[in-house]
Design a protein around this ligand. Structure first.
Ligand SMILES: [Fe+2]
Length: 388
């Protein structure tokens, strides 16, 4: 790619326990009036939140807390509800989001809606915000979406049954804090879904047509960190250092992703999430090994460099490395117990034909794949591999 733009707008504080220094961040920026948007589960269960909110109270003039519902992915009506709450607060110097990717998406969008009037859906698309957002601090409690560093926020449009976000200008967090202390209470299924989301980001941004030398650097390093550390979610779940590394990997993967493009697995996850409630990360993770296999079958040989990270073997041919790469990703998926089939979400041989049309609008996402993949022929075939 000869012409590209690369942007990275978020300041990062990194490390186990790094949230304890938030008072200095407030002081440096003269943040005195603080509002927190926090996931319900974290608010109720996290002792760490009790500790950090006490530090925030000691270092501010006022603290407002808005608790966000946990489970469901946010839609525009819910975003409006939260934005109205945020708009009604008298003074806010900084809005802090503490939670999973959805919570951080709501935080960034609500920060934009505080300074931009009207319904959230009016800002759907790219660069639709007119006025700069109020500053935000994004603190992820799961390692995965990378919302804390991207310029994207995804919301479901229930009227059109589409997942289309508010993106671009003013949609980045001013600060991100990556602190594994927040991830301890994250349930296994959520941690795996999020972690595999990050792995999907690293691989799809690596192989997509819009990748450039800078994003590739981020994608490769993200893959290295995630591939080596994701098994710890199953084998060593309480290891804080490894949790911290996963936060790092997902952050770096997201930098590669939002500066390049996505692909087939990410694309599939959107309609399956909206219509069948498949969590975004799982949706991508189910299809990722099949997408990689499809590409290698069609002659793509770009995975050599990534296979060298898994196992450096000078004697292997490019063909051999790519074939082994497919196997390695499949094995990782099995090790983490990523489901192979969609029956759990009600998709089976009897009704899969209803899903095919939902894939047709995804041709734009599929066109980012390094080898051609059609929404009308190849997509149903790929879907069928995961239906019984
Ligand atoms: Fe994703």
């Amino acid at each position: 790619m000869d012409n590209f733009r690369f942007q990275l707008n978020t300041n990062l504080f990194y490390g186990i326990g790094s949230s304890r220094n938030i008072g200095k961040l407030f002081n440096d920026n003269k943040y005195e009036y603080i509002t927190i948007l926090i996931d319900e589960g974290v608010y109720k269960n996290s002792k760490y939140f009790d500790e950090i909110s006490a530090i925030i109270k000691d270092n501010s003039k006022s603290l407002e807390i808005v608790v966000l519902r946990g489970s469901e992915e946010p839609d525009y009506d819910y975003l409006d509800e939260i934005a109205d709450k945020v708009r009604s607060i008298d003074k806010i110097d900084v809005l802090i989001g503490i939670g999973g990717g959805s919570c951080l998406d709501v935080t960034k969008a609500a920060a934009g809606l505080r300074t931009n009037a009207g319904k959230a859906v009016n800002y759907r698309g790219f660069d639709k915000l007119i006025n700069p957002s109020i500053p935000t601090i994004a603190i992820p409690t799961t390692a995965g979406t990378g919302s804390e560093v991207t310029i994207n926020a995804s919301f479901i449009d229930k009227k059109e049954m589409k997942k289309l976000g508010i993106n671009g200008r003013f949609m980045h967090a001013a600060y991100a804090i990556l602190d594994a202390m927040w991830t301890i209470s994250c349930p296994y299924s959520v941690a795996v879904s999020s972690g595999m989301d990050a792995l999907t980001h690293s691989l799809e941004s690596y192989m997509c047509k819009q990748a450039n030398p800078i994003t590739r650097g981020f994608s490769i390093e993200a893959f290295r960190l995630l591939y080596k550390t994701l098994p710890a979610l199953a084998d060593d779940p309480d290891n804080l250092e490894k949790r911290q590394t996963l936060l790092c990997g997902s952050y770096i993967a997201a930098i590669g992703l939002f500066n390049s493009g996505s692909g087939i697995a990410g694309g599939f996850s959107y309609p399956l999430g909206v219509y069948y409630g498949i969590p975004h990360g799982v949706g991508g993770a189910i299809f990722l090994p099949s997408v990689i296999e499809y590409n290698v079958d069609k002659g793509y040989r770009g995975y050599d460099e990534l296979y060298d990270i898994i196992e450096y073997n000078k004697g292997l041919s490019s063909d051999e490395k790519n074939i082994r790469f497919v196997k390695a990703i499949k094995e990782l998926s099995v090790r983490l117990k990523v489901p192979e089939y969609l029956d759990k979400w009600g998709i089976n041989k009897g009704n899969v034909n209803k899903v095919y049309p939902l894939l047709l609008p995804l041709q734009g996402a599929f066109d980012q794949n390094p080898v051609s993949f059609s929404a009308d022929v190849d997509a149903p075939k790929l879907l069928d591999r995961h239906v019984k």
